[in-house]
Every structure is written in C-alpha cells, then in structure tokens.
Design a protein around this ligand. Structure first.
Ligand code: DON
Length: 307
C-alpha cells in the first residue's frame, strides 16, 4: 500500500481516538515513569522503502521498557545461536510479565524471552559474551538503526533499581536453579539499563525494520540475524509479545508486536512496514490502552494484518 493511503487512514484513526476516554493508568511502580504526561499520543509508520509518516507526538522520546527485550534477544541470538534455547523457552506464559510462579515447576527456565524472567536470563547470556555490556549493547542499537543519539535514561534506570524488588527476586530465584551464571547485581544493573533505553515512535519504527525486510538485517557488513532467526523472533513476538494478552493482540490486531510499560507498542508487517504507537496509560495487563485500540483500528481499516 502507498504511504499516502497509510497517512490518510492513520490521520483518521488518530483524530477518532485522540479524545476518546482513556481507561488506562500510567505505570508508576517505577516512580520515574509516573512523571510522564498521560496525554502524549504519537504514531509513526516506516515502510521498508524508508517512506515514513508520523502524527501527534511521534518525535518525543520515551522509556521503551520491555520493547528493548527484542533488541537484547536479537544480540543474544546472534552471539549464542541455537544454544540460547537451552536457557529460555519459546512458549507463551499466559501470566503477568513479572510473575515468579512458573519458574519453580520449570526449574528456572523462563517460558520466553519477553517476560521479565526471560529477559533477565538473556541479559546474563549477553554479559557472558561482552566485555562492557552496557556500552556494547548501546552501540549495537545505535549501529542497527544508524542513530547515534540513542541512549539510556540514568534517571529511569536508577528509579527502577531502587524499586525493582520483583526483578531482584526473579534473578536470585533463577540463580538458585543455576540458570544465571554471572553476578546478580551486575545482571540486574544491565537489565535496568536496557529497560531505560529511550526512543521516539519514529526511531522505534526505524530500528525494527530488520524484522520486516532482509536488507536491514546487516550492519557493518555483518548479518544481524539469518532470515530464519528473524522469522523466529517475529513468531515469538506474535505469541508472547503482550504477556497474558498476547492472544488478544493477535486476535484484535493480527501482527507480531511488543509492548512496554512506558506505553509504547511496536508492530511489524513482514515485507511491508514497522509501526510504533505511544500512549502512556496502560490497561490492566500492562499494555497501552490507546495503543491497542489504535492498532486494532489500523489493521481493520487497512486490511493489513498477517492473516
Ligand atoms: O522490569 C520491569 O518491570 C520493567 N522494566 C519492564 C516491564 C515492561 O515493560 C512490561 N511491559 N509491558
């Protein structure tokens, strides 16, 4: 579909939804996230031919939180290969993103890399491969998107470090099953930093183009992932990208995607585009209320889902 058509449909849905009552709540269990204005609403689509359209606050940077779990998974998969799946599974958890429950019966193997426990294990894998994990991961993101303005928010990382008691529990619990190899404090410090990465909708819709089209899968003449690995990450996004609401997102939207408690959502249409939405108020499952509503309308009106 031509960018002009997307532009028309996105503009229509944006004005329909902008003033709809938002039934969500801004996340404040990480205190710094509670300081964001709840009225922010932005959307950006980037097609694989690089044509782009944004509306609302599409250039405002926000905390991408769990969306960064796609990026840590990508780098860990590149470095570790198929061995990665001995440490983390690929099944939907059907549970909240910060749940400890299944780890006991699963002997410390997290259900998937997009819940907190899985992302913490992926961070541990990265620490085993990298000399300076925070710096090298940030460079990986910058090179992948050719965007050297990307950065962590030290304020958000510190805020989460001071209050992230469940993540501390998760990391220690997994270590008791020997599925964390490095120092717990080091793993958590890295995890809190990757969650604090900041991007705008425009930047998000650019960085994830490598999951939509082959030509974005190389940087520095190195392939980021093989075609088969990119397919697999899309598959995990479709089945696990929205925690215990992954079925609902596939049902209502029909695209591989990933949310974060900062209110961002990215969704991929393989061979077509990447789209990002930001609206900070979250529904009860931790996903952006208006973001879900927008994307549902978007795939309905464009008839552009993967199904
Ligand atoms: O670990 C946490 O709780 C946050 N840093 C990330 C959680 C998150 O984004 C889940 N998303 N919906």
């Amino acid at each position: 579909m031509q960018i002009k058509k997307y532009q028309k449909i996105i503009t229509e849905i944006y004005s329909d939804i902008k003033d709809v009552e938002d039934l969500g709540k801004v996340a404040n269990y990480i205190p710094e996230l509670g300081n964001v204005s709840a009225d922010n609403f932005g959307i950006n689509i980037t097609k694989i031919n690089n044509e782009s359209f944004g509306i609302g606050n599409f250039e405002g940077k926000f905390s991408i939180q769990s969306i960064s779990k796609i990026l840590t998974l990508t780098l860990a998969y590149k470095l570790e290969g198929e061995k990665l799946w001995q440490r983390v599974d690929v099944e939907p958890s059907g549970n909240p993103f910060n749940s400890l429950q299944q780890l006991e019966s699963d002997y410390g193997i997290p259900r998937n890399p997009f819940i907190n426990s899985g992302a913490i294990v992926v961070c541990d894998v990265l620490i085993s491969h990298l000399q300076n994990p925070k710096e090298e991961f940030l460079n990986f993101c910058r090179e992948l998107s050719n965007n050297f303005t990307l950065n962590y928010s030290e304020k958000v990382a510190t805020s989460e470090k001071n209050t992230g008691f469940r993540n501390v529990a998760l990391c220690n619990f997994i270590k008791s099953f020997k599925n964390i190899k490095n120092n717990v404090d080091e793993v958590l410090d890295f995890y809190f930093h990757i969650c604090s990465l900041e991007m705008s909708c425009k930047e998000l819709s650019e960085i994830f183009l490598y999951l939509a089209d082959d030509k974005f899968r190389t940087h520095k003449e190195n392939s980021v992932l093989t075609e088969s690995q990119a397919k697999r990450i899309n598959a995990i996004m479709l089945t696990c990208g929205f925690y215990d609401e992954s079925g609902e997102f596939a049902f209502r939207v029909g695209l591989p995607g990933k949310s974060g408690v900062g209110g961002g959502i990215v969704a991929i249409h393989p061979d077509e585009f990447c789209i990002a939405v930001w609206s900070p108020k979250l529904n009860k499952k931790g996903n952006s209320y208006k973001g879900m509503l927008f994307l549902e309308n978007f795939t309905t009106k464009t008839a552009c889902s993967i199904f």
